[in-house]
Design a protein around this ligand. Structure first.
Ligand SMILES: [Fe+2]
Ligand SMILES: [Fe+2]
Length: 334
């Protein structure tokens, strides 16, 4: 180990102090021990930055009315400024909410990967409380506006939580990369969903939730930055692993593939967003993976594969966007 007490400048107004310098090798145990003080500082930053908010202040309860026993939902019941909600937006709200409902299993995995003690444990419990607020506000909004079928939603929640299926990263190294990318991707998907709802209250609900996801993203991204500083080689291998296998949370949701396809077609979350708004800004520009020095041979190989994969994904996204544009043109001129 070298460079005891090194500083890591994460932003112009926030510096964290690494307890030790670069490690020769990071194991899950050393990762946790070395990064625990960093997690503590990032937790303090999170608590100083985040603002208290209340779901009940955002939900338009006045638009709601009692549900009669045996009520059968139809898309026309949706009370969003008189408009029928686009199918893709309904898919996004359904998948977003069911993902938030699956919180017990995310809590379990984050506790398993990191720790129930110290700053990691405090962070995980705080994060869980914040995520729980997201499902409260989205569900209340959907129930008051009748935007989705409440029976289908409740049955899907029962199936989802009974199945308990969540992405399970194998180690904290892989886990911190996965949650960094996933929180950012979720922030973007929530914001885009809100923009397409076509309703001021719905927009505000999703913007408020997205603001929380952004702070979650910053916590994990900067924790990963510190981990990369400690052992760039192991972390590059972890980044390559996560990008190769990356899927958004939500597998196990009834009809997930069909909803994901609708969400992609509407531009709420798709390959272009993953490439341009997640992988490039975080891995290429923020973690500056291409510029890391002193990598092991295995890490050099992983970096090579990673950069090629990001490039290929960019090309694929361009091709898909061109195909979608051609399809739209064909429909418009038919
Ligand atoms: Fe959330
Ligand atoms: Fe989050």
């Amino acid at each position: 180990m070298q460079r005891a007490g090194a500083q890591l400048n994460l932003s112009p107004d926030f510096t964290i102090y690494l307890p030790v310098g670069r490690l020769t090798f990071v194991t899950p145990e050393t990762f946790l021990a070395e990064l625990e003080p960093v997690a503590g500082q990032l937790l303090d930053r999170h608590l100083a930055t985040t603002k208290e908010w209340f779901p009940h202040e955002l939900v338009p309860y006045g638009r709601g009315r009692d549900f009669e026993r045996g009520y059968e939902w139809s898309p026309d019941d949706c009370n969003i400024d008189g408009a029928v909600l686009p199918e893709a937006v309904r898919s996004a709200l359904y998948v977003n909410l069911l993902t938030e409902d699956n919180l017990p299993y995310y809590f379990r995995d984050i506790e398993r990967m990191f720790s129930m003690d110290g700053a990691f444990g405090t962070w995980n419990r705080r994060w869980t409380a914040e995520e729980g607020r997201h499902s409260i506000v989205i569900r209340d909004y959907l129930t008051a506006t009748r935007a989705v079928d409440p029976v289908q939603l409740e049955r899907a929640r029962m199936a989802q939580v009974s199945g308990g299926e969540v992405p399970s990263p194998a180690s904290p190294l892989v886990g911190v990369i996965y949650v960094s990318l996933q929180e950012l991707a979720t922030r973007i998907a929530h914001r885009n969903t809100g923009k397409l709802i076509g309703d001021r209250s719905g927009y505000e609900v999703m913007a408020r939730v997205a603001a929380d996801e952004n702070l979650h993203y910053l916590f994990y991204r900067d924790l990963a930055t510190a981990a990369i500083e400690l052992d760039p080689s192991e972390m590059v291998i972890a980044i390559e692993d996560v990008v190769r296998n990356f899927t958004m949370p939500g597998t196990g949701i009834l009809g997930f593939d069909q909803h994901s396809a609708a969400i992609a077609r509407a531009g709420i979350y798709d390959a272009t967003i993953l490439h341009e708004q997640v992988l490039v800004p975080v891995i290429v520009n923020h973690w500056r993976v291409a510029h890391l020095e002193g990598l092991t041979a295995a890490a050099e190989q992983a970096r090579d594969a990673l950069m090629k994969r990001i490039e290929r994904l960019g090309q694929l996204a361009k091709n898909l966007a061109a195909r979608a544009a051609r399809r739209e043109l064909a429909v418009a001129t038919a």
